[in-house]
Design a protein around this ligand. Structure first.
Ligand code: SAM
Length: 241
């Protein structure tokens, strides 16, 4: 990483209230691995150092706002992790948390596994699969303390995919761009349908770039009816609201 890239990472992290000085070598290694892998397989559209540092690393770290992912031993599922975001940056700064990054695309999870091993992130257990399938699997349903997702789907879809996987009292933390009143309204209704309640809508701007982001938190306040999640693809094709 160039000194400019390091400075951006430091500045972004500092604005989020984080000190990443000790973890800089891991972020540098992750950048190198991502750039190298991306030259062979298409993992992410972001290619420049500053884009990766700000739009992947710092953006992922912004999921820590509100402190919902703080706590040793927390079990966190990352739905649609892609090339490992937000999981990998989060696991670098929160090694005491157990992350399960999930994606339906094997080549992406192969990269996440390689990167987690190279960075010695022992709390990361990557998984290939679909959230709809996991949500009906007794080994996973009702078992996670937190579900995170970044840039995956509209809020009603995320509620249907995420809530079945949470323990009672667990939280879905969805990181999104600016969110419309319509999406939020539909998300609140969908959350209610699957046993959840929107408890927080945190609108903020990304450090350095100033892009609008929203963290929406949905708490699991009751059981999710057995009919959810519906079969693969249906939550996307026919969102609840
Ligand atoms: N979260 C990553 C990020 O912020 O860079 C990737 C975002 S990418 C736009 C969405 C990812 O979600 C894709 O890799 C896709 O394969 C995955 N995905 C979408 N729906 C999914 C589902 N139902 N189960 C598992 N993965 C899913």
């Amino acid at each position: 990483m160039t000194p400019e890239g390091q400075a951006l990472l430091r500045q972004g992290a500092t604005e989020l209230g984080l000190d990443v000085e000790d973890q800089l070598p891991q972020f540098e290694q992750l950048l190198d691995l991502l750039v190298e892998a991306n030259s062979r397989v298409n993992l992410t559209a972001l290619k420049t150092e500053s884009d990766i540092v700000l739009k992947h690393f710092v953006d992922s770290l912004s999921c820590l706002r509100g402190g919902h992912l703080d706590g040793a031993g927390l079990r966190v599922l990352d739905i649609g992790t892609g090339a490992g975001f937000p999981t990998l940056p989060l696991a670098i700064v929160r090694p005491e948390v157990a992350f399960t990054p999930l994606d339906s695309i094997r080549k992406k999870i192969d990269f996440v596994r390689t990167a987690a091993e190279a960075l010695n992130l022992t709390g990361v257990t990557p998984l290939v699969g679909r959230a709809e399938t996991l949500g009906r699997d007794p080994e996973h349903r009702d078992t996670y303390d937190r579900v995170v997702c970044r840039a995956v789907a509209a809020l009603p879809i995320l509620a249907e995919l995420g809530l079945p996987l949470l323990k009672p009292g667990g939280l879905l933390v969805a990181q999104k761009g600016p969110i419309s009143e319509e999406e939020l309204h539909a998300g609140r209704r969908a959350a209610g349908e699957v046993g959840g309640r929107v408890t927080e809508v945190d609108a903020f701007t990304l450090p350095v770039l100033g892009d609008a982001r929203t963290l929406v938190v949905i708490e699991k306040v009751g059981p999710t009816p057995k009919k959810y999640p519906r079969r693969e693809g249906v939550p996307n094709q026919q969102p609840l609201f």
